[in-house]
Write a protein that binds this ligand. Structure first.
Ligand code: AMP
Length: 214
């Protein structure tokens, strides 16, 4: 299974991608997570990415294409994966086609989680994650069982991502509409797009995605 997950920031695509990956043998590849880890570790990649991420801007295409090619060059990963947060621009989508053809891979489906902007703003301002084990929560739709305590590791360091601040969210939505939405059409033309309404109950969405890609 080789999937791409598309959708605005806060559409729930990251959480759904993790669940679908855990229910299959697919590897979850989140370019946002890889970049955040690189920033935290202070690597070359992190230094290149940090200023764009802090401003809610996209990191340059060539940086992302190099990163994704490296990840997919691993044979086991290339067998089954879910790309989450990539591609986000037409040059990235075209570059990904080239990487697939170089590595002899074929995309099965591009899954789009469709969510209106207002629902996104409401959700993102409620999003937190565990600073220790990285488990993610949403104070409205998926709160921790005990307020302020991570379900997974018990840490009390539940915090908001810098790029989930209101002004950064507004910029990320603007960037999404201008730059990322055209690639929905790109995959629609290639007849691999599965459109899933994403403003519903979490489990219902997971079921619909599983049906759509099986
Ligand atoms: P995410 O967690 O997927 O929302 O990504 C967080 C941030 O990482 C984005 O706002 C971008 O700055 C950067 N980023 C992640 N994936 C990409 C991508 N495919 N292209 C450019 N920038 C990206």
């Amino acid at each position: 299974m080789r999937l791409i997950f598309l959708g605005p920031p806060g559409s729930g695509k990251g959480t759904q991608a993790k669940i679908i990956a855990s229910k299959s043998s697919a590897k979850h590849i989140s370019t946002g997570d890889i970049l955040r880890e690189a920033v935290a570790a202070g690597t070359d990649l992190g230094m290149k990415a940090k200023k764009f991420m802090d401003a809610g801007e996209l990191v340059p295409d060539e940086v992302l294409l190099g990163l994704v090619q490296d990840v997919l060059s691993d044979k086991q990963t290339a067998e089954a994966f879910i790309l989450d947060g990539f591609p986000r621009t037409i040059p990235q989508a075209e570059g990904l086609e080239e990487i697939f053809s170089k590595l002899g891979l074929k995309l099965d489906w591009a899954v789009l989680l469709d969510v209106p902007d207002q629902a996104i703003v409401d959700r993102l301002t409620a999003r937190i994650f565990c600073a220790d084990c990285k488990a993610d929560y949403n104070l409205k739709t998926k709160p921790p069982k005990v307020e302020g305590v991570c379900d997974v590791c018990g840490s009390t360091r539940l915090i908001q991502r810098d790029d989930d601040k209101k002004e950064v969210i507004e910029n990320r939505l603007k960037v999404y509409h201008e730059t990322t939405e055209p690639i929905v059409e790109f995959y629609d033309k290639n007849s691999v797009l599965k459109r899933i309404p994403g403003d519903r109950g979490f489990d219902e969405i997971t079921e619909d995605i599983l049906k759509a890609v099986s």
